[in-house]
Write a protein that binds this ligand. Structure first.
Ligand code: CS2
Length: 486
């Protein structure tokens, strides 16, 4: 089966409507996964079609998977397919012009040369929550993280995302060039500020470039990104290949909905993403809170429970009336009162739309994928609305207890889920013997995940312990049903 490439593009597909041969790079993207292929790459494609300019994307993976065998052999072309019901909207994306995976000193040097190239105006990144090497409960750089320890000792050959940025900034400063903007596109709370703080803390620890220079010269805008784009499955690639006669190893599948909000900053020089609907505003935190507490809140709050209850995808989870009713009630009664107002967003309509999105049966977004790295997701998605609620939060407490019970189960058995918190949970289980009366308080004492303002809420530890005990005996559905019957 031939691979997708400029020569083998199947007929009948929407293709780049600009001259790809004239495309020159202006963006470096770090961490090219399904989400960024379906989101910022598509926005860039739209921008290039609207106002062609020097905005080709050079994609860098600091970790596997390797991009060269996936995209390099395809002339960096891939198909993005949007699915809803029976609709399949396919489009060939041409905005990526080069790709590289960092595996050794030579590839690292090349990646750094791309970031420091004066032609690079924006460095975007999707490296997942854990890629920032921050302490999730506080946002501060985790100086005990193995990659950070390495990068402090070897700042010229960094392994971490903050380390790569510090090394690049040191080169840019030495060359007297102006730095690009660094645009975090991950679901990290206050992603721009968190990135800035991690980079500045590492710069201070290495002495490689001064945090004051960074503060004065480098933009780290806040962003809110949104589109559901599950990891592509081999079966998706095989089905498309059977239909078109070409294999696209970089195929990405997503939902039609998309949204992108970026903090306005006079230093930014961006492609015409606004022509594709990107919003520039000073109010990113409000958009972020709404998205993370409602859409992401439901995904994370329900996925641990659903994964334990045997629901493989969010669509089957939402087809279960208990999950659907529990989701709506928790957001409506407990989370919505904590949401900021944003012009143009009606909270009730946003909830309806978010439930609709999670119900998309064509997507197959797995509860296992959402449950992965849950310890890096729950602060912004569950704990912050719980702390902001100022009222009883029985639904959110079931969701937090769901995370605790799920974390203990996956530490004890192989559930094909990864999370940096597993070693700490395993240690606790060894010490407490997996008795919720002792395990739950010990897990809540993990300050890297749970801020003290949360654990000091009156009665919370006792209530979470009771829910975990009940869940262990009767399962997650019983806990949700019991709440719904009140
Ligand atoms: C998901 C997100 O895996 C996850 O953590 O919750 O990737 C989610 O689908 C996106 O944030 C939607 O914009």
């Amino acid at each position: 089966m031939p691979r997708l490439s400029a020569k083998t593009l199947p007929d009948g597909l929407r293709r780049p409507a600009y001259d790809r041969a004239a495309l020159t790079p202006g963006i470096v993207h770090l961490g090219l996964g399904a989400f960024s292929r379906c989101h910022l790459t598509e926005y860039t494609e739209d921008a290039l079609e609207h106002a062609f300019g020097p905005w080709g994307i050079r994609a860098v993976n600091l970790r596997p998977p390797a991009l060269e065998p996936m995209l390099g052999v395809q002339d960096h072309l891939f198909i993005r397919e949007l699915r809803e019901g029976p609709v399949r909207d396919r489009r060939v994306i041409g905005a990526i012009c080069d790709a590289l995976t960092v595996t050794d000193a030579a590839t690292l040097a090349k990646a750094l040369s791309w970031v420091t190239d004066p032609a690079t105006r924006v460095v975007t990144m999707t490296v997942t929550e854990k890629g920032y090497c921050h302490i999730p409960a506080t946002g501060a750089l985790d100086l005990t993280h193995p990659d950070i320890i390495h990068d402090i000792a070897h700042p010229e050959t960094p392994r971490s995302l903050p380390g790569v940025i510090v090394a690049a900034l040191a080169h840019i400063r030495a060359a007297g060039n102006s730095p690009p903007a660094f645009l975090s596109c991950d679901n990290v709370p206050g992603n721009g500020g968190t990135l800035h703080d991690c980079v500045a803390a590492l710069a201070a620890a290495t002495g490689h470039v001064s945090p004051d220079w960074i503060e004065a010269n480098v933009a780290f805008p806040e962003t809110m990104v949104d589109r559901i784009a599950p990891a592509t499955k081999p079966a998706d690639i095989a089905a498309l290949a059977a239909e078109t006669g070409v294999a696209d190893q970089a195929l990405v599948i997503g939902e039609p909905f998309r949204m992108w909000v970026i903090e306005a900053d006079s230093r930014l020089w961006l492609p015409a993403w606004d022509a594709a609907g990107m919003i520039l505003t000073a109010d990113v935190p409000a958009y972020e809170a709404i998205k993370m507490r409602v859409l992401n809140g439901m995904q994370t709050g329900l996925s641990h429970l659903a994964h334990m209850a045997g629901h493989v995808t969010t669509a089957t989870m939402m087809a279960d009336p208990v999950f659907a009713a529990f989701a709506r009630r928790t957001i409506r009664d407990e989370v919505t009162p904590t949401l900021p107002q944003v012009r143009g967003i009606d909270h009730a309509a946003y909830l309806d739309e978010s439930i609709q999105r999670l119900t998309n049966t064509a997507l197959e977004h797995t509860t296992a994928q959402i449950s992965t790295d849950g310890s890096r997701k729950i602060r912004q998605r569950l704990l912050e609305p719980l702390m902001a609620a100022n009222r009883p939060t029985p639904g959110l407490e079931i969701e937090v207890a769901g995370w605790i019970e799920h974390a203990t189960r996956f530490a004890l058995t192989d559930m094909a889920i990864t999370d940096p918190i597993i070693p700490a949970i395993t240690r606790i289980l060894t010490e407490t013997g997996n008795d919720p009366a002792r395990t739950v308080p010990a897990i809540l004492a993990l300050t890297e995940v749970f801020p003290p303002t949360l654990t000091q809420l009156p009665g919370l530890t006792g209530r979470l312990t009771t829910i975990v005990q009940a869940m262990r005996t009767n399962g997650p559905l019983a806990a949700m049903r019991a709440h719904l019957s009140t």
